[in-house]
Design a protein around this ligand. Structure first.
Ligand SMILES: [Zn+2]
Length: 324
């Protein structure tokens, strides 16, 4: 026996393993999604997502005061009785998102505040845009409204807006609206590769945003097609996106890896509600270790090329990482 190569030599001790380590997670990799509701002193728990809450602007600002990661992604959960066919609430300057942006920026001006930009949380039918007579989502009417909503977020102080409706040319329309409104400094994080996924289930409970009829397969990406996903994402780069995103994360690491090889833009990975709740449930049942499981999944996303991870576990991860 004379084996020259022995991989275990490099794994013998902690120090040797650390020296050869590939990616290392840091607090700077993390973005925390937050849900904004109307009112004051409100913190509502969510059955489908233990540890995640819907909060009024004042409570969100308090939470952000001690947050140890550099970014948050804001979702609006408007009162149910404000929903209509065009999602008009999304254009209100006193809506839940602009109010939350202002409150958070007041308590943490240094925090990167990114706002989700879509209509599904605001429309009565729950689709991501306005409907044409055919019953399909009207692409060009929708991107016009997304541009207007982006202006409201930017005026409130958002650093980046994140169009998530998967409409064609939404990045171009939002860029034009922001530039036309004097917000050329405000960036766009595009939900560039957003798949029609089963893993969004818990989120739709949180945001009350399930489509009343049909599905989102007419605009979100088919899980079977990597080429289409990468092509769609690269179009967003050409339209002026500053960041791209792959969503969900773990089932689509191949897409993340391929996309980061094809673009020089930073790419975010979104660990979605179903991915989060699966780990939480398994941990609560004593089947896996919560911290180890989240760290392994987040590390996998970074290894696959993610510049940042959007995760409901960002606060806990940042706490642990800041103590290391
Ligand atoms: Zn949507």
């Amino acid at each position: 026996m004379n084996y020259k190569t022995r991989m275990r030599r490099g794994r013998r001790t902690d120090a040797l393993r650390l020296l050869a380590r590939g990616v290392t997670l840091t607090t700077d990799d993390l973005i925390l999604p937050l849900f904004a509701v109307e009112g004051a002193r409100k913190t509502e728990s969510i059955d489908a997502m233990p540890g995640v809450f819907r909060m009024s602007a004042d409570r969100l600002a308090e939470k952000c005061e001690t947050l140890k990661c550099p970014g948050v992604m804001l979702f609006g959960v408007p009162p149910a009785d404000t929903k209509d066919s065009t999602g008009s609430y999304a254009l209100r300057e006193d809506g839940v998102v602009p109010e939350a942006v202002r409150a958070i920026k007041k308590s943490r001006p240094d925090l990167a505040v990114i706002t989700d930009l879509c209509l599904c949380g605001y429309t009565a039918h729950g689709h991501c845009g306005v409907l044409a007579e055919s019953g399909e989502v009207d692409n060009d009417a929708t991107i016009d409204l997304l541009g207007k909503s982006a202006l409201v977020h930017a005026a409130a102080g958002a650093d980046m807006v994140a169009p998530s409706a998967m409409m064609d040319h939404q990045v171009e329309a939002v860029r034009a609206a922001l530039d036309g409104g004097g917000f050329s400094r405000i960036g766009i994080m595009s939900y560039a590769a957003k798949f029609a996924s089963a893993f969004y289930g818990p989120f739709r409970d949180v945001a009350d945003s399930s489509p009343e009829f049909g599905s989102r397969a007419g605009y979100q990406l088919p899980p079977e097609n990597r080429e289409e996903a990468v092509r769609d994402a690269l179009l967003d780069e050409a339209e002026g996106a500053d960041w791209l995103m792959v969503k969900p994360s773990l089932p689509y690491l191949d897409v993340l890896s391929e996309l980061t090889a094809q673009t020089r833009l930073p790419v975010a990975a979104y660990q979605v509600s179903g991915e989060y709740s699966m780990i939480k449930s398994a941990a609560e049942n004593g089947q896996i270790d919560e911290t180890d499981a989240f760290f392994e999944t987040l590390t996998a996303m970074k290894r696959a090329g993610a510049a940042a991870m959007i995760t409901y576990w960002a606060e806990e991860a940042a706490e642990v990482l800041s103590r290391l």
